[in-house]
Design a protein around this ligand. Sequence first.
Ligand code: FUB
Length: 453
Amino acid sequence: MRTLLRRGVALLTGLLCVAVLTPAAARADNPIVQTVYTADPAALVHNGRVYLYTGHDEDGSTYFTMKEWRVYSSADMVNWTDHGVPMNLATFSWASADAWAGQTVYRNGRFYWYVPVKNRATGRMAIGVAVSDSPTGPFRDAIGRPLVENGEIDPHAFVDDTGQAYLYWGNPNLWYVRLNADMTSFSGSPTQIPLTTAGFGTRSGNTSRPTLYEEAPWVYKRNGTYYNIFAAECCSEFIGYSTAPGPTGPWTYRGTIMPRQGGSFTNHPAIIDFNGGSYFFYHNGALPGGGGFTRSVAVEKFSYRADGTIPTINMTTAGAPQVGTLNPYVRQEAETIAWSVGVETEPSSEGGMNVGWIEHGDHIKVKGVAFGAGATSFTARVASASAGGRIEVRLGSATGAVVGTCTVGATGGWQTWTTVTCPVSGATGTQDVFLRFAGGSGYLLNVNWWQFR
Ligand code: FUB
């Protein structure tokens, strides 16, 4: 990812410089993740945070070459914390390939992550289920075998307010099965939801698939109505939706949510309500080097119409507005990022993740940082196997006013951590903070966390 993204972001930065006075460009926070390609979003609200589960498109992919899944979380919809890779193909001893589109639900103190993977024994796509006590994992295979297998993909679990849970999945068909309360077994047999044109719209020119339904069902209930949001009419896909009076139908096609756009021939929806707002997640090819096999997850805020229908939602680079502000006076993970240029993340020897592969001129943007009356110092947990470098604390942009500079020396290793502190002056009110890195050539330093005082 590094070379591709660095080169592309330099281009993007150039374009943004041309439009430097355009507020939308300055605010651009979509796609959500800049450090790797991400695909197939699934979002979950838990204890005041949004957890975003994604797949990972390998750099330079020419197919859905996917080996692991990733988790990010946010309390404000713009600053997203990278929780790394809590699950990969090796989690499922019976899986051989294709870590494709999954989804996570919470029930009775546990998190269940349903994913499609290829079953080594049969060569077919099957649905696995992993479990964890934490939304960020690690996850383990809950049953040691496929939960269900019929060669189809894109599982989505939904727990109805009756307590009955359902698993939906399918491409080219649409299936459901009633999950038991343990969420890792089911009752009855997988059942096909009839793909009627009344239920799922009319596809043009494909008699073997008469309806618009393609894949990626996302089912939920709102104000007594069941919604099924899905990827429609490959290729390229748009996002459509249907509604029903019950969890298994009968469905009525309601139209387009997100038209075809964004440079990826697939799209993949997730919808949540968080903190009084409604949010629509999707993916596109918007990052440098991006396309149909190098996708990136993004989000838009939207409002349901009074009658419960969903308006057309277009992809933006601005993304969702920030919910609240970020507190700089508590420890913040360096991998909590609104936008970054040049950096990557990795597991830290101190737990969680750290930011690494930092070179001169790279930066991290943290949005809406509430300094109040003002900060007097900046502290960062850092490591460097080279000669180190500097962390410039800038406000407003990567070329904005420098309010503090911390010098980082050699620590003897990329995971040999020390704490540096430098004075800060002029950081008051609510600001977008840019940590810009400076120094010589090559990698300069790693950052695990930071905090103002
Ligand atoms: O990411 C692989 C596949 O592409 C997913 O399973 C589908 O939903 C499509 O996004």
